[in-house]
Each structure stands twice: as C-alpha cells, then as structure tokens.
Design a protein around this ligand. Structure first.
Ligand code: LLP
Length: 400
C-alpha cells in the first residue's frame, strides 16, 4: 500500500508515483508469453522516458523503441545496449539519421521511399551499410480512439504493401542498405485481438513474398499497442497476444520484436494532486486541484477516463468535475464523477497515470512540471525533482 499522505508531505503535490515492481511484472509477463521463440521486447520510451524507468527496464533485458535521437541518447544513457535500440518515426532529420548510424543501433525503421534515399545517401557518405526495416501500413482498423489509431491508409504512418516491396528490392540491391526487418503498428490502447492478428497475417505474407525473391528478413516487429484497464475494459492477455502473432508466422524463422509502452508502465503509475477548493456554480459542483492539464493531458486531449479517488475520505458521493487552475475549459481530470465531499488539503489520486502522463507534460501557464518518485522493493526514491521557476526561464533571453 502506498502512503499517499506521507509522499505528499515529503515531495509536495502535484506528484507522479511509480511502482517499479509492477513494471517488472509486466515485462516478465510479456517476455514469458513469447518464450520458446526468439523475441525482443523494445520498450516504447515515449510512454515514460524518465532515465530511471528506462534503466529499470534495461536491467530486465528490455530494448528501446525510440522516436527521436533524444530518445536514442536516453536509452543509451540508461544502459540499453545499442543492439537492442530501434529508431522509428515518420520524419527523421539528417542529423538524427547520421547520429543513429554512428551509434550503430540495431536498425532504423523507414517510413517512406524518400527517407530510404536519405538514409542510403548518408550511409554512403560514411561508407557503411545501414540496417533498416520498413514500416508497413496494413490498412487495418484497430478499433481504438482515432487520435491513437495509426494503421489505416488515411493515417500518416508507414507505406502501403506495394511501396514496401519496392523499398525492399531497392534496399536489397544497395551497397549501403541492409534490409533486416519489417514493422507495423496499427494503434494504441488496443483491446481487441483480431485487428492485430489480421495485420500480422498481411505483413507475414509480405515477408513470404520477399523470401520468394531471396530477400530474407530477421526481425518481425509488431509495434506496441497492448491496451490496459483504465475503467472496466476487457484487455488482451499477453499469452493470447503472443499466440495470435506467432500463429501467423508458420515456416518463418524470425525474431519477434514488440514495442509496448502503455502496457509496461501505465498501471504502474499514479498522479497525486491536492484539493485547493470546492465550489458550486448554479448547482454544478467543482473540485479545484493543484494539478492541471499541463501535468496530465490525457483527459483534456482524448477525453480519456482515469479512475479517481479521494485519499482516506468517504461520505455521500455526488457528481463533481475535477478541474485544474489552467485558463482553459478543457482543463479537467474528470467530469460528473461521483466523489465524496472534499476540503482544502485533501489528496486526490488519479490512477493509470504511468504512461503518457509526465511524458506529455508541459510548462503551459508557467507551471513547473511535477516531481517523480519510484518505489522498488518497498523503498522509495525521487527520480526527478520538481522543476523550479528558474528552470523554466533558464533558456529565455530578455531584451532590456
Ligand atoms: N510503437 C510505435 C511505432 C508507436 O507509435 C507507439 C505509440 C508505440 C510503439 C507504443 O504504443 P503503446 O504500447 O504505448 O500503445 N499519447 C497517447 C498514446 C500515443 C501512442 C503513440 N504511439 C495516449 O496517451 O493514449
């Protein structure tokens, strides 16, 4: 049991809290699901990129799926071996491609023919052969929120099957490209297995047709997307997920890569905030807290549901909006949520905040980002101190 009150006393609020033992359990469960098959779990760093989180996963044997050179640097700093690092992303700058090649990571995941040409040219300048994979867009509806759905042709991600084939043939004939993998990612917070299986089947067929023309890939990267329970969703069991994918790979000798972000850290994190006031506007109840949309954006951006609890409080529940101090009507954590009466100083816990919580935080309204605390084996430690006003203005220049 986490003592939220003690944590608020020590670190103040708003605060992010993570349970590293839970992260370990998530990692082990997924690894076990793929046991008996060559596999690599490459944690999607974007979900929570704190160095301690990434290094915890690195110690468990995880790789890293990165979408900027900054994330690649983080992964290396956190101790992820270079041969377990993937660099994906729909638009990579030349300097990012150069650095990724210099760092000799496992592979660069390409998302267009134009990008292939850039990678080839940069690899040629360096006199090396770049290991690449191609992100295929299998045109599958993942049945999730449109903002986090990525596998349809109307989305900006990846290339269609025919373009992918062209890229592989061209790369295979290039002195500076080594096509080693194939990749797809159809969306995030997936709770249904069929779309993943269907996508996997389509991409496995492409692997077979490449094999027929002597293009032999090693890595089959199924992206991330495993959903978690925020409310009362039925989610996919790691075993069923692994079986669904593996069942499409008969006769193929491939290492399966998966890139889970949310699944690893989502339910291993809480956001703790303090009640400032309560007020009622013409019968509508508001609980105003010291955390805001700049700290945890998911409710505002996706209308996402996060379970909310008032610490050590009971009493007659009535519907309330839990809102922050930012000057936007969209600044809320919950709407019409049944909650007990609160008083200034009470603590409110927002659940499932480990993924895309701190990672999407900003300094909007000149608000310093929260501190982050981790628990492991019953011991707590601060893994990021609260930002100060000075941190916020450090890079600004004032014309006097
Ligand atoms: N691999 C690729 C290529 C991705 O684009 C993503 C997520 C992942 C892996 C990890 O997906 P996960 O396992 O975490 O579902 N901010 C949104 C989520 C955006 C996900 C973007 N891509 C949210 O808060 O729900």
């Amino acid at each position: 049991m986490i003592d939220f009150r003690a944590l608020a006393d020590t670190y103040d609020t708003p605060l992010y809290i993570y349970d590293f033992d839970r992260i370990t359990r998530q990692y082990e469960a997924l690894k076990k699901a793929f046991s008996g098959r060559k596999s690599l779990i490459s944690y999607a760093v974007k979900a929570n990129s704190n160095l301690s989180v990434v290094s915890h996963l690195a110690r468990l044997g995880s790789g890293a799926d990165c979408v900027s050179i900054g994330e690649v640097r983080r992964a290396l700093m956190a101790g992820v071996p270079k041969y377990r690092i993937i660099f994906s992303g729909v638009g990579k700058r030349d300097d990012e491609i150069e650095e990724a090649l210099e760092k000799d990571i496992l592979l660069l995941n390409l998302e267009s023919e134009a990008e292939m040409e850039r990678v080839e040219a940069i690899a040629a300048e360096k006199g090396i052969k770049a290991r690449i994979s191609v992100r295929v867009n299998p045109n599958i509806d993942p049945k999730t929120h449109p903002y986090i759905s990525t596998g349809l042709h109307e989305n900006k991600f990846g290339v269609d099957i025919e373009t992918a084939k062209r890229i592989y043939i061209r790369a295979n004939n290039s002195a500076h490209l080594d096509p080693v993998g194939i990749h797809f990612h159809i969306g995030s917070q997936l709770t249904e297995l069929d779309p993943i299986k269907e996508a996997s089947m389509i991409v496995a067929d492409l692997v077979r047709s490449l094999l027929a023309i002597k293009i032999e890939l090693k890595f089959f990267d199924v992206g991330g997307g495993l959903g978690i329970v925020y409310d009362e969703e039925t989610t996919i069991e790691p075993y069923d997920y692994a079986q669904a994918i593996l069942s499409t790979l008969h006769g193929l000798d491939l290492t399966v890569i998966c890139e889970p972000g949310r699944f690893m850290v989502g339910n291993a994190g809480w956001f703790l905030t303090r009640v400032l006031y309560e007020k009622v506007n013409e019968g509508k109840r508001f609980i105003i807290v010291d955390g805001a949309m700049n700290d945890l954006l998911r409710p505002s951006l996706y209308n996402a549901y996060h379970k909310i609890e008032v610490v050590d409080k009971s009493g007659d529940e009535s519907p309330a909006d839990v809102v922050g101090p930012v000057c936007e009507s969209g600044d809320f954590f919950a709407k019409n949520r049944p909650l007990p009466p609160t008083e200034p100083g009470d603590l409110i816990v927002v659940h499932s905040a480990g993924a895309y919580g701190f990672a999407m935080a900003s300094n909007y309204n000149t608000r310093p980002r929260p501190a982050e605390v981790a628990f492991e084996g019953g011991k707590e430690r601060c893994i990021r101190v609260r930002e100060s006003f000075e941190d916020l203005i450090r890079l600004e220049k004032m014309c006097l």
